[in-house]
Design a protein around this ligand. Sequence first.
Ligand code: SF4
Length: 444
Amino acid sequence: MSGQTEKGVYISTYGCQMNVNDSERIFSLLEMANFTPVSSPEEASLIIINTCSVREKPVHKVHSEVGRYRKLKETNPKLRIGIGGCVGQQEKERLLKDLPLVDFVFGTDAIDLLPELVGRVEEGEGHLSATRFEYQKPYQIETLVRAPGVSTFVNVTKGCDNFCTFCVVPYTRGRERSRGLEEIVRDIKSLVSRGVREVTLLGQNVNSYRSPNGGDFADLLEQVALQSGLVRIRFTTSHPKDFDEKLVQVISKYHPQVCEYIHLPFQSGSSEVLTRMNRGYTRSEYIEKIAMIRNYLPQVVFSSDAIVGFPGESEEQFEETLSLVEEVGYETLFAFKYSPRPFTKAARFGDQIDETTKGRRLTALLEVQDRRARQLVERYRGTTTEVLVENRDEKTGLLSGRSSQNKLVFFEGELDLIGKMVFVRVTEVQPSVFRGEMIGDKFN
Ligand code: SF4
């Protein structure tokens, strides 16, 4: 076939940072098995769809993407198609039955088995499935990134035990498991030796991290700050119920190495809705936590997640979400309409909200958020911020990097500044993106 690479792998990735990280791991593992990443399905001998089931119609999306490859498979019978990620985990063999074009399905715990699985498929075995959770095995991995760049992500936990009633993650990623503290520190040191300067510690709920040899997330953060040689450390996602004072003390002790940016999802501003969501905190407990964090870190910036139209959410309860957004002041908010997910308790609640109401509430929430965020970011105009330079934008030729508060900052500068920390005076502000002028570099 013209344009096709003999062992070329194309990965189509949906969903969250966890999935993006998993795709990077898949690429690295397959490179070790002599595959070369290619940039289009037409060039590939192996297509992997790394799916997500957090948002709407995930199975439908998989069906339509596989359908698009029908012609390719007809012209190239050697083309193999695999489905991984949360939909693979959730649907298992059913996908093989419903989609005969698919050669194999693998779950979120089976990524490291991929080279073996692909090898078997290449040998002629068909319709393979590997979707068991490996609870007996300790969670030990080395971060595999091909070209780690300046900033990268490092998994510290996987899975979740919280069973929020709207969320499919405990079913698609399994029970929570943590990597060993020493192993994570070693892993990060090795990334630093490859030029990484910033790491985001990643988990579905990083605050419930527990090292098998003892140590909680605050201990891990402290050891990473002390031992890794990183200039910046971030972490996500935090759960309000597990975010304790010890952790804030560590952030405050190691700031600015540990960034002043905390993603703390509230989901709803109504205590009744939070109870039905099984979130484990009330509105006032959430607000107290915000106050406790601000007490230690007066300059901290918060971002959050919110769901509107959760089953049974009344107009008054929705208004409480609006008032929480006004009160706390988030510079970034990821807001979604509730949509039922398979296996979850809330999907079976009888008082589902109609789509028109959900849509109206989402628009209203986004309007409040946009106004609030624009007010909040005005304080940065004319100030100087430290930026870790990550890239040069192809189109504009401008350098870009992030501030401690996770703002993407664009400015003019030389290519050799990539990887360095520089001072930028902020001249234009949007809620998440700034424009500025470099006024000097830091001792790097
Ligand atoms: S904490 Fe709740 S929302 Fe987050 S991954 Fe776990 S179950 Fe899902």
